[in-house]
Design a protein around this ligand. Structure first.
Ligand code: SAM
Length: 270
């Protein structure tokens, strides 16, 4: 399977106000917890992240794979920090600009259409870099970590929340998980993340497991696709909809077998 066959973009999901996506989002988050996230995170995750990374109004924050910028805007709103988000999806970056404007945070936020493997920033720019449920899309994670290291100031923090996997050696399970959210996935285990962070030059400060809430969010995604099946099929196609149901069901089984979790890894540039 190559990237062309499976469509490497989030343009369907990033249209957050389309009729089907509205139904999906209302099922998962309700109005209260919908902050424009395209992931498993909740405001609760972000509040903990803000505290652990010490993000405040003097922080210059980098969000790797910002999606439609919802989490970045939430953090800017809560803390008064300035934030730069980067994403390869044009629809996401456009939507991020609209959401920032609607939140009156245009002056505190900037969103760049760019590949995080080649970030459009000078060396030693940011105090903190974050990434929320994006890591699996990077095949060369050491390369990505080195690029994050480059744009962080010395002493800067790199905190990412990611699925961590102990993937079974089963081609069928691998097939079902291969293109989460329509994008190729390159899964890694927690020990592998530790090793790669050190190899890139980071010092690891803290690792926190967020599995129970993560399971709830994961199940809600799958349930939303099943509950609104007909409307989603009509808007986003049967193949795509069936694939997502299979993906979330498989993901949930892996969580229940103890083979998939969600970890926040916090490290520091020496
Ligand atoms: C699961 S979404 C998470 C979005 C956001 N972090 C959130 O929590 O709402 C993953 C995002 O990674 C982006 N992405 C994929 N490859 C990327 C790359 N090479 N550089 C930057 N962003 C990338 C996708 O376009 C998508 O918006």
């Amino acid at each position: 399977m190559n990237e062309k066959d499976i469509g490497v973009d989030y343009s369907v999901l990033h249209q957050i106000d389309s009729p089907a996506n509205r139904l999906i989002r209302d099922s998962i988050w309700g109005k209260e917890n919908d902050i424009g996230q395209q992931s498993f995170i909740t405001p609760r995750y972000l509040d903990a992240l803000i505290e652990r990374c010490g993000i405040n109004e003097s922080t210059y924050l980098y969000d790797v794979g910002t999606g439609v910028g919802g989490p970045a805007i939430y953090i800017a709103n809560q803390t008064g920090c300035s934030v730069a988000g980067v994403d390869v999806a044009e629809v996401g970056i456009e939507m991020a600009g609209k959401l920032a404007k609607a939140s009156n945070l245009r002056s505190k936020t900037e969103f760049h259409l760019a590949d995080a493997m080649n970030a459009p920033f000078e060396d030693d720019t940011f105090d903190v870099a974050i990434s929320l449920n994006v890591m699996n899309v990077f095949e060369d994670k050491v390369g990505l970590f080195k690029e994050v290291l480059r744009v962080l100031k010395p002493g800067g923090i790199w905190a990412f929340l990611s699925g961590t996997f102990d993937m079974p050696d089963d081609p069928e399970i691998n097939r079902k998980m291969a293109r989460g959210y329509l994008i190729p996935q390159y899964y890694d285990s927690l020990p592998s993340y530790r090793r790669m962070l050190k190899e890139a030059g980071f010092e690891i400060d803290e690792i926190i497991e967020y599995v129970s809430d993560f399971r709830v969010q994961n199940k809600k995604w799958g349930d939303a696709y099943k509950k609104h099946y007909d409307v989603i099929v009509e808007e986003q196609g049967k193949e795509n909809t069936d694939y997502h149901i299979e993906y979330f069901d498989t993901y949930l089984s892996l969580i229940d077998e103890g083979k998939a979790a969600n970890h926040l890894l916090i490290s520091r540039k020496p």
